[in-house]
Design a protein around this ligand. Sequence first.
Ligand code: 3PG
Length: 377
Amino acid sequence: MKTLTDIEVLEGVKVLVRADFNVPMRNGVIEDGFRIKSTLPTIDYLRSKGAKVILISHLESIDGSNQTLKPVADELIKMGEPVVFVKDFKKAHEILEVQIKNGDCVLLENLRFFEGEKANDTHFAQELASFADIYVNDAFSVSHREHASIVGIPKFLPSYAGIQFEKEVAALSKVFNPAHPFLFILGGAKFETKLPLLQKFMNIADTIFVGGALANDFYKAKGYEIGTSLVSKGNLPVAEFVASSKVLLPVDVLNQHNEAKPADGVLKIDKILDSGPQTLEMLKAEISKARCILWNGPLGLYEEGYKSATLGLARLISEATAQGIETIVGGGDTLAAIAEGNLQDTFTFISTGGGAMLDFLAKGTLPGIEALNASEI
Ligand code: 3PG
């Protein structure tokens, strides 16, 4: 994978940068600009070398509808980047030739307004490539998607990894050979998407804590009565994990009345919404023994406001970082908890990736990495 320092000349060169500006928004206002900030080192490096920077991204709201990137352009301007927002792709060539000087940048409108992006359409990839001389992928967090802007463009332009992209690969690769004891904490939902990851880390981690809705699948397999608690679809092969002494589950869980229910022995509960205080105590003890901690996914129904255990865990892991423990964290709700706890700079590495982080950890590569490696131009 070639990186920015492999580019010999940047003065006056048009560089197409795939960023991930898919940021949480509420009523048109950006709630967390972490992903935007993460792209600044790449933008600043290219601008400082006199490149013309063309930023591209997607932006979807929680309901899956595509949103204009205009608020992101405004945010970039607030962060000190002199960005020209280009809504109409047809005008991009002219703007780049006439208006944009060396060291300036433009942001093109949301790629997903075009069907060709998700369809990985060759013509759409070619159209995007036609704006520039060089392509840089700094969108690690979308690089699990086989979309035109991720895997299509490298077929047409000399292609490089951006600074955040490089950092993600280096930091996440560390957990394939971690310092021991290595504690893996996996929360969230959709067991079926996390099964390959659990299988892989059964061989690497010393302890695996399974929390959030994933733990409900384990409780169900144990025959606990968990009422209408969120569980994954289908018959999932949880037995091998349930039987393993490496795997820990929450020892108490909370329902809507905030009643802690011991989960060892017998459990009968209407609906599990969060982990309880005894679980956090258990995690505190595990964290104090670890030399390396990997965490992805909330311990409760975070988006519905059941945040207490996740926020508590974020604080515990942040404190461990201050003690010199290597801590690598990521995932949408995990990032939200870190922002809510004001803990942004208190981990060894915070991944911008949600699904991309999980896929990279499970497979050791992503379609976006493969596309950069295969680019022969
Ligand atoms: C993310 O938010 O995980 C990335 O931006 C990818 O978004 P997507 O799941 O809509 O493809």
